[in-house]
Design a protein around this ligand. Sequence first.
Ligand code: FES
Length: 359
Amino acid sequence: MANRRLAPASEQPASFAFSSENAEWAKGQIEKYPEGRQASAVIPLLWKAQEQNGGWLPRAAIEAVAAELGMPHIRVLEVATFYTMFALEPVGRFWIQLCGTVPCDSCGARELKDYLQARLGAPGHVSADGNFSWLEVECLGACCNAPMAQINQDYYEDLTPELLGALMDDLAAGRPVKIGSQVGRTSSEPKGGADTLTDATLFDGSRVGAWRQRFEDKKAEESSEASGKAEAASSEQRAAADPKPAHPASGRAAEGKSTDAPAQRSAAGETPVKSGDRTDAADPTESAARPGTPAPSAAETVARAEAAGAEAGTQSDLPRDEPPPQPVASGASETVDEPQPAPVKKSKPKRSAPKSEEN
Ligand code: FES
């Protein structure tokens, strides 16, 4: 973490005042904010004061900004000491802010720090030739291309100790340098170049033409399918409107008029029930239960009983042409094993009360 202290008194200038040009610029910044909110311009004014003072903020500049904005000195000092974008000590011609936060640290920032320590000495001190000073700072928002460093106003990314050394040599010598990635990648694309969207036809329009042809082919195919379905539906409708009888050989039952239904036979003047069906229809139980049906004769009763017995597996011994046997009258000569009634116990006659002699 950076050491955020003001420079020693020996390095502090006696006073600070904005140049007329910068004073006009500062006035424009303050006017951006409503009355009573001028303190919102503190960062732009501190930044301009640092720029005017050669890249670092002396105490006099902090106090001048506070007076300009009507703020207590301590409040402006709090801002200046919080943000590492404000250098509180003199800096070299090239001020190196090395990111030491985790992503950059994981990608080699520690080696870069060791390199700077070895080449320039402790952070916060200007090199002997006056060209460099450095400071470890927190994330500068270029983590994708870690490790990185900000030198004055520009970012330099994908650094190694060798690349950083060569970069510092070029800066010190006044040679042109490449800003951004030092390994040649564009923006934050993968190292080694882009590995997606590499098909040039995506950008020259030819792929778009291929896609359009594909859509048109698919549309034509769908149209053809829809036409086939419409034709099939039309055939079904015609079949429903004009049905054709199924061919007997097709395996389907031929539908025709039933000619032996009882109702049809009755309508045709025939006997509703055929002679072969009468036996099946002879159900004495049902016929006896039907209201309005005439009572069967004795012979019919015998015949039905025999038929019922035959169906139940029994045979009647009754003669067909004789009436059913009648019970034998009491006192007849024929012996009949009938149950004898239980003897009746004669009860004694109640004696009436003797008549009174007076009567
Ligand atoms: S961690 Fe280094 S730029 Fe974000």
